[in-house]
Structures are given as structure tokens and as C-alpha cells.
Design a protein around this ligand. Structure first.
Ligand SMILES: NC(=O)c1ccc[n+]([C@@H]2O[C@H](COP(=O)([O-])OP(=O)(O)OC[C@H]3O[C@@H](n4cnc5c(N)ncnc54)[C@H](O)[C@@H]3O)[C@@H](O)[C@H]2O)c1
Length: 277
């Protein structure tokens, strides 16, 4: 049966940043395929809300939550120990957590998103979550996948900005001088390209242990952004619109299951065709 290859019954997937916009969708995708999910994020309250949302459509017994900061190795290890102590093996790791500061451009005197003004503190913070966090989670959970001979799958959530540079014209605000215009920060491009590098590294590192690694690079999801931005971005996308939040579910199901079992070390770009223009 064709769809049998997508069946994740009996598998457990841990998702980082799972209480956010796409984290909940990744969880829904994996629950739809029969997996148990471990939702992790930094806030108990946000995790409870995510769990409540998912429990409307899926069996709550298949949803586990843990507060876990991906930038803190000890915290990741203690979540792993707690899972293992109850015989829960992580078969799938979805590195999804990120700090994605919204591009606002209302600073007035100093636009801190601009490269010239971008603080080392913000650089370190964002890299610690979006890139180092993926490394640390892969180190803890990937090592365990490789060790017991059963293998597993690591999915890194990158972005269409892993394959091209941000078009800063999208974020321009009327009436602001050039040096006050907000931009997509440099960290975003660096982190997302770095995740693709991590994906390739992991894909070969544990390939003999049955651990595959791939990246998913989504395009922008519509989430109530202003009309001007949406119109500008849509005009850069051959399909003429931003993504709906549930339009990456099928890609997650494919990449996290045996349906993709011969795919390893790839970056799948799902962007309405933006990167082809
Ligand atoms: N939304 C989009 O349009 C879009 C497009 C392309 C790629 N992405 C990527 O998809 C992923 C999810 O994006 P989203 O839109 O759901 O963002 P989001 O901000 O809604 O979710 C990110 C989650 O990460 C969590 N997080 C932040 N710091 C953390 C830490 N230290 N430890 C653990 N979790 C932490 C946040 O609490 C949040 O719940 C991100 O990697 C993002 O870059 C999103």
C-alpha cells in the first residue's frame, strides 16, 4: 500500500519550539501519521495551549509536553533522561525552534535590525537558539538514535532564505531614511544556511547507523501580516500568495517517514516557486 510508507504508528517525534505557529502544525502532521509527539518549548503555558489545540483533533494520550530551552545542554539532557527513564525512544527529531524577531522599523533613531547596528548580544542569542540549539538537540537525541541500532530521522526546519538572500525591499517603510529602514537581520540568513550545513553533516555522519537527516525550507506563512507586505511578497511568488500554515504538513509527513527513506542530506524548498524566479 502506497500510504503505508507514511505510517508512523509506534514512532515518537520530539519537536522543538513546538508551541509556535509551525511547531503545532508539525505536531499535527506527525499525529495524523500515527506518531506520538513530544512537544517542547520554553513556556509551560504555551505548551499547554498547543496541547489543548491538538487534543481537539488527536488523542491526548499521544501528546507529551516538556519545557526545554534548546540553548541549554543540561536541560536537553534532563528531558532526554526523563523520556528514556519511561522507555520513550525518540525516533524523529524536528529542530524547529527559532527566535524570529519581527521586522518592525519603528525604532526612529537607530534601526537595530540593520547590519551596521546589529548587536553581538542579539547575534549570540539568535544563533544560540536557531543553530546551536539544533546542534545540541542532534547531539543528544541523534547520538541515542545512532547508538541502539534502530536509527532515526532528524528534520531541520530552515527557510527559503537558506537558498537566497532576503529581499530587503519587502520590509521598507514609507518616510524613513535609507539608514533607518528595517531589514531582515543577518542572523536569519546565517542560521538557516547553517542548518542546511548541519543537515548535510549529520546525513553522512550517522548514515551507517540508520540515522537520516534532511531539511525543510518553508516560504513565508500568512499570519495576519499587513496588506502592503503581503502584496509585495506575493508578487515575488509564482503561485501569487503566501503559504497557509497547514501547507507544510504533507512535506513533514514525507520527510519524517519511510516514504523518504532514500532521501538523505537534502534541503526541500517549499516556497510557492519563489526561489525559481
Ligand atoms: N512562519 C514562517 O513564515 C516561516 C517561514 C520559514 C521558516 N520558518 C521557520 O519555521 C520555524 C518555526 O517558525 P514559526 O513561524 O512557528 O515561529 P514561532 O516564533 O511561532 O515559533 C518558534 C518557537 O520557538 C520557541 N523558542 C524560542 N526560543 C527557544 C528556545 N531557547 N528553546 C526552545 N524553543 C524556543 C518559541 O517559544 C516559539 O514557540 C522557525 O525555525 C522559523 O524560522 C518559519
Amino acid at each position: 500500500m502506497a500510504f503505508e510508507k507514511f505510517n508512523l504508528t509506534g514512532k515518537t517525534a520530539l519537536i522543538t519550539g513546538a508551541a509556535g505557529l509551525l511547531g503545532v502544525e508539525h505536531a499535527a502532521a506527525l499525529l495524523e501519521s500515527g506518531a506520538t509527539v513530544v512537544l517542547t518549548d520554553t513556556s509551560d503555558m504555551a505548551l499547554n495551549a498547543a496541547c489543548k489545540t491538538l487534543a481537539q483533533d488527536f488523542d491526548q494520550a499521544k501528546i507529551i509536553t516538556y519545557v526545554m530551552d534548546v540553548s541549554q545542554l543540561e536541560g536537553i539532557r534532563s528531558v532526554a533522561e526523563s523520556l528514556w527513564s519511561t522507555n520513550i525512544r525518540i525516533d524523529i527529531l524536528v529542530n524547529n525552534a527559532a527566535i524570529d524577531p519581527k521586522v518592525k522599523g519603528d525604532q526612529g533613531v537607530l534601526e537595530t535590525s540593520r547590519l551596521e547596528n546589529f548587536s553581538l548580544e542579539q547575534w549570540n542569542l539568535q544563533v544560540a537558539v536557531g543553530l546551536t540549539g539544533a546542534f545540541l538537540c542532534s547531539q543528544v537525541f541523534g547520538t541515542a538514535m545512532a547508538k541502539d541500532g534502530k536509527g532515526g530521522l532528524i528534520l531541520n526546519i530552515a527557510s527559503d532564505l537558506s537558498v537566497f538572500s532576503p529581499d530587503q525591499r519587502l520590509y521598507r517603510k514609507d518616510g524613513l531614511a535609507d539608514d533607518l529602514q528595517p531589514v531582515k537581520p543577518v542572523t536569519y540568513s546565517v542560521i538557516k544556511a547553517g542548518l542546511v550545513g548541519l543537515t548535510r553533516y549529520l546525513a553522512t555522519y550517522w548514515s551507517d547507523k540508520g540515522v537520516r537527516s534532511n531539511a525543510l525550507s518553508p516560504g513565508g506563512v500568512f499570519n495576519g501580516q499587513g496588506d502592503v507586505f503581503v502584496q509585495r511578497l506575493s508578487s515575488l511568488i509564482p503561485l501569487g500568495r503566501m503559504a497557509q500554515r497547514d501547507e507544510y504538513r504533507a512535506a513533514v509527513q514525507f520527510l519524517c517517514s519511510d516514504a523518504s527513506r532514500y532521501m538523505n542530506g537534502q534541503n526541500i524548498v517549499v516556497d510557492g516557486g519563489r526561489s525559481t524566479w
